[in-house]
Design a binder for this molecule. Structure first.
Ligand code: KG4
Ligand code: ZN
Length: 343
């Protein structure tokens, strides 16, 4: 089965063509970062309008790159949530309509299921069951993944997500949006231990996270101080180490609790090199193995939406003619792929 997939949940417009037998044939992405930079964050209405402009040309480009005509497709997948409702609707309306026009089944994909299944695109995919640490701009979750659509949330953030913590502290350090990758770059030249920020909830049992205290701690350091570049790098290093230490400790705890030896790390923050390197080492000494998507599929993309959509379409699952988009959509609401019409 060969499908077209669309992603438009936030500030990235993306399209991909995935073939069940031949793998990923093509993927294209347009980032709106420049559009939102002047505002210091994503402006939802501007995001929706830009998706409307970008998506169809991306579809044409990706089909050409995959040497695929609509007649060679067997399905269309699109991100239906969670995310910005207008942004989601742009992709959902286009995906559902193209499927209707081409006489194909369509499937509404959960964005986080896409992140969870992104490592299946790699040469050595993770086995089931495994534990997944999903760290994005909007979510920090530890999940026991027993199979596709069988997700038990073991713990999550009570307040800010890990990506949000990176972005908000980056803003306090005067870094441009999106702050996460910029803070990580600055941290690389910072001195470890120059600043020690709180690692909340590490001293307590359980798998919950809390990152909102971090931005207050950083604000107290930054306010009233003239920090030069080296000083800012030290603060950035302190922030990155606090977040990475917390994520590693809880992920190892989740492996122990579930008696799993395989850990998937996905979502935008999984692009962080310090997290990747340190987690790989920590897991190895605990006798576990870590699986990541390739860096470009850590952050939002359509290839991961194609993987999740293909698994469901191949099982015979598809949607009714309704255009589906949900700003909120709990992961626990998902079920394994079924040979039936849903939505
Ligand atoms: O998964 P994603 O692309 O979008 C959401 O679904 O939220 O994640 C975006 C988040 C942002 O908070 C961004 O700052 C963070 O991932 N991020 C990083 C890095 N690359 C992206 N955070 C730390 N280090 C990075 N290298
Ligand atoms: Zn995402």
């Amino acid at each position: 089965m060969r499908i077209l997939a669309l992603e438009s949940s936030c500030d990235e417009s993306a399209a991909a063509v995935l073939d069940g037998a031949r793998g990923l044939l093509a993927h294209e992405l347009y980032s709106q970062v420049e559009l939102h930079r002047a505002y210091g964050g994503v402006v939802p209405e501007l995001a929706s309008r830009d998706h409307v402009r970008r998506l169809l040309p991306l579809v044409q480009r990706v089909l050409a790159a995959a040497h695929t005509t609509p007649a060679q497709l067997q399905g269309v997948a699109y991100t239906a949530g969670p995310g910005l409702i207008g942004a989601l609707l742009s992709g959902a309306a286009l995906g559902r309509s193209l499927a209707y026009a081409w006489g194909l089944p369509a499937i509404a994909v959960h964005h986080l299921e896409g992140h969870l299944l992104a490592p299946l695109l790699e040469p050595q995919p993770p086995p089931f069951p495994h534990v997944a640490l999903l760290v994005s701009g909007g979510h920090t979750l530890l999940i026991h993944v027993r199979g596709i659509g069988r997700y038990e949330v073991l713990g999550e953030s009570r307040d800010d997500a890990a990506g949000e913590a990176f972005d908000k502290t980056a803003k306090l350090l005067g870094l441009p949006y999106p702050g996460g990758p910029q803070l990580a770059e600055l941290a690389a030249s910072g001195r470890p231990g120059a600043w020690r920020f709180p690692r909340p909830m590490l001293d307590r049992p359980g798998l919950e996270f809390s990152f909102s205290g971090l931005k207050t701690a950083v604000r107290l350091v930054v306010q009233g101080r003239q920090l030069d570049e080296a000083g800012r790098a030290d603060v950035a290093r302190g922030v990155e180490d606090a977040i990475v230490d917390t994520l590693i400790a809880k992920a190892l705890r989740a492996l122990e609790q579930t008696d799993c030896h395989d850990l998937v790390v996905s979502g935008g923050v999984s692009a962080n090199r310090s997290l990747r390197e340190r987690l790989r080492a920590a897991a190895a000494s605990a006798g576990a193995r870590v699986y990541y998507p390739r860096i470009e599929f850590s952050t939002d993309n359509a290839a991961m939406i194609a993987v999740a959509g293909l698994k469901r379409l191949e099982a015979g699952q598809h949607d009714t003619l309704q255009i589906t988009a949900r700003a909120q959509w709990p992961l626990a609401a998902l079920a394994p792929p079924t040979a039936a019409a849903t939505e």
